[in-house]
Design a protein around this ligand. Structure first.
Ligand SMILES: [Fe+2]
Ligand SMILES: [Fe+2]
Length: 339
């Protein structure tokens, strides 16, 4: 899933460089060629020269995105064994596997920038790297699974479609496939909730209660207001970010309000109303203190999510060892046969 303006600062600043970088005439020419490519909307590829800050920003954003995908497997994975029917279980299994796949494409894209998978995972496992705040909220009922598909994946699509046009080639190409799969995730969530809304009074109440809990954290997924996002302008200049946080949030609200009406649920915001003059919806204030507390490790499930991830990684050590041993054996055999 999910960039949440996914370029919030990680906990540790970039390591100091042994040799400070000083721009000379050669770098100036390279910089000029880079700027021309960006202005012409051409893709930057891994072998191309790029400014260090561009590379660093991309590594941070793509790895935060990858971490979000794999941490995002947890809240829903939690419900695979309790899905109410074989059909729902098969859909949920496929969705959670998709999220794992999204993480893998994105780690691969980040690796093309010269940072190893081990370094990226180490950042996540030691709590230095961030991931989307939304996955630190619990999934208390089956309706939460549908609401995640409808709203969380829906917000993710809004955020991620513009990244298909990102200036960095490997990231843009990974996003094209990811967005197609996110679209299925959103639809299955909506369909699951619609089914519940046609069910019993208790089922309808369960959907409404889940919507009430997820609505505000989902709006916060788009990241801090534009006025508080000092790096956004640079991201726009580099063609990494195409649409501002507030503009994406507004598009999401405008798209979701009619869907909620079709579904028959109320969005928990007394200030939500159509503004005839702006031709957009007005909505209430987001609790940014809660957002930052969650991003910085103090949300309802941060500790649990990280501990589960670290345990999964540790438990999988034998698989990595076996794969490396097998690869070494194959290589030795190939060398012997070639000799
Ligand atoms: Fe995803
Ligand atoms: Fe998804």
């Amino acid at each position: 899933m999910y960039t949440q303006a996914l370029d919030v600062p990680d906990s540790t600043p970039a390591a100091p460089q042994a040799v400070p970088w000083v721009a000379g005439p050669a770098e100036a020419a390279l910089q000029e060629r880079f700027d021309l490519k960006i202005d012409a909307d051409q893709k930057i590829e891994p072998q191309d020269w790029m400014p260090q800050a561009y590379r660093r920003t991309l590594v941070r954003q793509i790895s935060q995105h990858a971490h979000s995908e794999i941490i995002g497997m947890q809240p829903e994975g939690n419900w695979i064994s309790r899905a109410p029917s074989l059909k729902r279980k098969a859909i949920l299994l496929a969705k959670v596997q998709d999220e794992g796949g999204h993480g893998l494409y994105l780690y691969s894209a980040a690796e093309t920038l010269g940072t190893s998978r081990d370094q990226l995972l180490d950042g996540l496992h030691t709590g230095k790297a961030k991931y989307s705040s939304i996955f630190n909220y619990p999934t208390l009922t089956w309706a939460d699974v549908g609401v995640i598909g409808w709203l969380v994946d829906g917000a993710a699509i809004m955020n991620q479609v513009p990244i298909c046009r990102c200036s960095y080639g490997p990231y843009a190409r990974a996003m094209i496939r990811i967005c197609k799969e996110e679209s299925f995730h959103q639809r299955q969530g909506f369909e699951s909730l619609m089914t519940m809304m046609k069910g019993t009074e208790g089922q309808r109440a369960m959907v409404q209660e889940a919507v009430n809990r997820w609505w505000w954290p989902v709006l916060a997924m788009f990241g801090p207001p534009d006025a508080d996002s000092p790096n956004s302008a640079q991201g726009m200049r580099w063609g990494i970010k195409r649409i501002s946080n507030d503009a994406l949030r507004q598009k999401f609200v405008d798209a979701t309000v009619p869907q909620a009406a079709i579904m028959g649920v109320t969005l928990p915001d007394s200030e939500l109303r159509w503004n005839e003059e702006r031709q957009q919806h007005d909505y209430g204030a987001i609790d940014w203190d809660e957002f930052w507390a969650t991003v910085n490790g103090n949300g309802p499930c941060n500790k649990e999510r990280l501990a589960t991830r670290v345990k999964a990684h540790t438990d999988g050590q034998w698989v990595r060892d076996a794969a490396l041993t097998y690869a070494a054996k194959q290589k030795a055999r190939a060398l012997k046969e070639a000799a």
